[in-house]
Design a protein around this ligand. Structure first.
Ligand code: ADP
Length: 693
């Protein structure tokens, strides 16, 4: 989850290369898969074709072997029949008839001869199926050379012997491939003669192979070198030929039986098996296509997910809000870059920690307790946030505002806590600056008030000073008169005593007026000097007493009567007295100025302190200043609290806006309403002092 270890610029520079490599790997894999599937399909089709060919070949081999076996058994049977011609029980006179009978049923035999041991003809018969007679007239007298050789061999082995095949010209230019068989006849252990049969190889094939021969097959006797001797079959020829050969091993001669089978050109789907394999291959290819599509969809989803993740990461990285996730054991499982920047630790230093290194040592115990409390699940998350102090790696403190929420995973399980942090050091600094400037503004406003008061002061001081001056002059006169009196020494003590008494009285009055002037000056100086910021419990009485001398100064000048009214048993007010005094002074001054007109006949300023109506718990105290002045028109009321708004030539327009700020800082409200029957009431609330504070 934490990707902070890769710098974005490095990731960007590596991106095209990585992308190219991923694409190449993906495509090469797919190409490999397609090549493998295709080669497998081709191999399967080829193997199926081969299998079918081998089946055909096997069948052909079997057919050939069967044909050879058929021929062999036929030859064996014929040998028996030839042997039977000269059976001892038979008479020699019947021999030609017997031989003719045999030739009638054995069509492959062309001729049968009976010769004595010296190879002289004793009897002979020819096949009735061939009208043409042997061309060789000698045949009846002398044995055919092949027959003679075969009989020699038969004599030697004392058993039947076959001759190699030979071509025999027949009548009318025809010819046929023949083979002789010589069967020695024995009488009391001596060879008494021979029975020689002549086989027509072609007829042999017709008689014993043609029955089972399909139209597509061709059977032939060949010599070992491949020369065809006799051929049969194959009325239909295809484009592909299968061949099988089998040796027909006979005593004295060996023939090769060759069978050729013709087939159609090998098709792509030669049989069901191949078709099945092909179907399966098509199914396989379809599955691959579906897989490819699925993979493409997956890739798209992956890309979308990647985009979403990148978007989320960019969002997280651009956040100025610090984010931190903790699991249910309190271990940090995630921090974002803004959080790392806030506390000055790297993600690696923070992840997995359950006692965070950014907790200031002096607060660590409290924080640990708070964390345990949170992890125990005893309290719901504080959505409105709470302030806390963290310690940066360099030891400096940073005030933060924390919002916590439970971390719920996709399965809806509670897996930990997610916290958002806002660095409020700047906000705090601004608040401090604003507070300081507010203070400065208030000091300025106070000084402005003092400036205004200076004229009142001079007016107020003229009276005691004039009195002092006239008393001083009177004293001087009295002193001068006493000095000029020549009878001073002798005058009566009564008059002297009277003068001294007058002088004391004058001095006392001078002293009284001087202390009165001093008090006036002191009250102004106190107001300017007092800069105590702390809040404290102060009674409404004390607040009003503190400002009354100053109000009276102006009231006297403007001929206004000041009335104070304090509700009995009123609780003390918890406030910053200096500020609240200034608010009262401002409101009183505004009220008196509103009555500074000839038309106003009732010049009375009412300063009142009482409980707030409807506040049964006595939490608030209301202070109000009511006048009988001109009242506030609608247009003025709209801008009343706007700084620098004033209707007076010498006004600054700061008074009411400052008043409202001060009241709101105390948690109260400043409101104005018309005063019945005439004028305006400005009223504000302040928190009452409770014992716990
Ligand atoms: P300043 O007194 O310097 O003009 P303030 O903010 O105290 O500034 O007052 C703003 C304006 O509100 C005054 O100029 C005056 O027109 C009006 N105002 C304030 N108090 C009263 C009042 N009691 N009766 C009528 N008008 C008032």
């Amino acid at each position: 989850m934490n990707g902070l270890s890769i710098s974005p610029s490095a990731a960007l520079s590596r991106w095209p290369w990585r992308r190219w490599r991923t694409a190449w790997r993906r495509w090469s894999l797919w190409t490999l898969l397609v090549v493998l599937v295709l080669s497998m399909l081709i191999t399967l089709v080829w193997l199926a074709g081969r299998y079918e060919a081998s089946q055909v070949q096997d069948k052909l081999e079997r057919d050939t072997a069967n044909a050879v076996a058929d021929i062999r058994s036929a030859l064996g049977r014929n040998l028996q029949d030839l042997q039977a011609l000269n059976a001892p029980s038979r008479t020699d006179a019947d021999w030609p008839a017997r031989a003719a009978q045999l030739l009638q049923v054995r069509r492959e035999l062309m001729r049968i001869e009976w010769r004595d041991a010296g190879m002289h003809v004793l009897g002979q018969a020819e096949t009735p199926y061939r009208t043409q007679q042997w061309e060789d007239p000698l045949r009846s007298q002398e044995a055919h050379p092949e027959a003679a050789l075969t009989c020699t061999h038969a004599r030697r082995i004392n058993g039947p012997s076959y001759s190699p095949s030979y071509f025999q010209l027949l009548a009318e230019g025809l010819g046929a491939e023949m083979m002789e068989v010589c069967l020695p006849l024995t009488q009391s252990g001596h060879i008494s003669g021979f029975v020689i049969g002549t086989y027509n190889l072609q007829s042999l094939l017709i008689a014993h192979v043609s029955k089972n021969l399909p139209r597509t097959q061709e059977v032939s006797f060949t010599e070992p070198d491949g020369t065809r001797l006799a051929l049969l079959g194959a009325s239909w020829r295809g484009t592909r030929m299968f061949t099988a050969q089998q040796l027909l091993d006979l005593p004295g001669s060996t023939l090769v039986l060759r069978m050729d089978s013709w087939h159609r050109a090998p098709s792509v789907f030669p049989n069901v098996l191949t078709a099945l394999v092909t179907l399966m291959s098509i199914a396989l290819v379809s599955v691959v296509v579906v897989l490819v599509r699925d993979n493409r969809r997956r890739l798209r989803a992956e890309r979308d997910l990647g985009d979403a993740l990148a978007f989320r990461k960019a969002m997280e990285d651009s956040l100025v809000t610090g984010l931190r996730a903790r699991d249910l054991q309190g271990r940090i499982s995630y921090v974002n870059p803004a959080f790392c920047a806030m506390v000055g630790f790297t993600a690696d230093e923070l992840l997995g920690q359950d006692r965070a290194p950014y907790w200031p040592p002096e607060l660590a115990a409290e924080y640990a307790q708070r964390q345990d409390h949170r992890l125990s699940g005893a309290t719901p998350p504080v959505r409105e946030g709470h302030e806390s102090i963290f310690m940066r790696k360099d030891g400096t403190r940073v005030p933060v505002l924390i919002f916590e929420a439970p971390l719920i995973n996709a399965q809806g399980q509670h897996t930990g806590w997610m916290s958002a942090f806002i660095d409020i050091s700047e906000q705090k600094r601004m608040e401090e600056i604003s507070r300081a400037s507010q203070e400065r503004l208030q000091a300025t406003a106070r000084l402005a008030t003092v400036g205004e008061m200076a004229s009142l002061l001079s007016h107020e001081l003229t009276q005691p000073l004039a009195t002092i001056s006239s008393y001083a002059t009177g004293s001087l006169n009295m002193l001068a008169m006493a000095a000029e009196d020549p009878t001073g020494h002798s005058s009566d003590g009564k008059r002297q005593g009277q003068q001294l008494q007058d002088l004391r009285m004058i001095m006392e009055r001078i002293s009284f007026q001087a202390s009165r002037a001093g008090r006036v000056i002191k009250s102004v100086r106190d107001f300017v000097r007092r800069r105590d910021q702390s809040r404290q419990a102060v009674s409404a009485n004390e607040l009003l007493d503190a400002i009354l001398p100053l109000i009276t100064l102006q009231a006297r000048k403007l001929d206004v009567r000041v009335v104070t009214e304090i509700e009995p048993g009123l609780p003390a007010v918890y406030c910053d007295p200096t500020m609240v005094e200034q608010v009262l002074l401002n409101l009183a001054r505004n009220g008196m100025q509103a009555m500074d007109s000839r038309e106003i006949t009732r010049r009375e300023l009412l300063l009142r302190a009482r409980r707030v109506a409807g506040d049964s718990h006595g939490r608030w105290v209301e202070l109000s200043v009511a006048d009988y002045g001109s009242g506030i028109p609608e247009t003025v009321a709209e801008q009343l609290f706007t700084p620098f708004f004033t209707t007076r030539d010498e006004g600054m327009g700061l008074g009411l806006s400052l008043c409202r700020t001060v009241v709101e800082q105390h948690g109260g409200q400043l409101q104005h309403s018309p005063h019945v029957p005439q004028g305006t009431v400005f009223a504000f609330t302040l928190p009452a002092h409770t014992e716990t504070e």
